[in-house]
Design a protein around this ligand. Sequence first.
Ligand SMILES: [Fe+2]
Length: 248
Amino acid sequence: MFHFFSKKLFLKDLLEDFVDIHNHILPGIDDGAKNIEDSLRLIKKMKALGIKQFIPTPHVMQDFYPNTDETIGDAYQVLLGALDSKLLASITLNPAAEYMMDSHFESLLESRNLFTLKKNYVLVEMSYFQAPINLEDIIFKIKTQGYIPVLAHPERYSFYHNHLEYYERLKQLGCIFQLNLLSLSDHYGKNVEKTASYLMNEKLIDFVGTDIHNEKHISKLSNLVLNKRKHEDLKEIINHTNRTFSVI
Ligand SMILES: [Fe+2]
């Protein structure tokens, strides 16, 4: 009884025409889609949620996933070749990357040879164990090379969970923040969820992304329920993400 008053607000209801700026759907080059079959399954399921614009962002991480223009370009071509023409005509697919801020990244930066999300927006991440000791220098370099650093999932860096004031500093330095949608649940743990709430409440989040690696992520996303305030705040951030990155 009274179900009318307790209608659940699903996150997935906000995903119609969402432009996903962070996912690992390119086949076989990082810890996301293992092969082309995986990629196709992920794309079809994401499309069923309403996502039609995809910016795949494979890791570029010197130690684990040393991707280059070539590996990313090849995986992209393989995927394009495997999509049937009807599906291909109904989506957009523009490859970018998620750069680990390591020394290799610094040299790529000097050559100004980066895959961007769109225009000069570059998706960057750091280790979950510690920030690079020269983090502020790297951010400065990104900016002086003419790029805008979009920090992937700031809520997941546990070394900031007890130093929430540092997030303001990162924003002052010119970082844009991209929250992972699954951080609005306990998927990555309670502390990540709490920090995600803090960042949302403080209006520090600019964009959101799915960071989908596998089908489990999609089913969790499909079942995620939000409270009214989160649902409303998220709607605005999703609109901002779409306005900034849509290519249609
Ligand atoms: Fe990622």
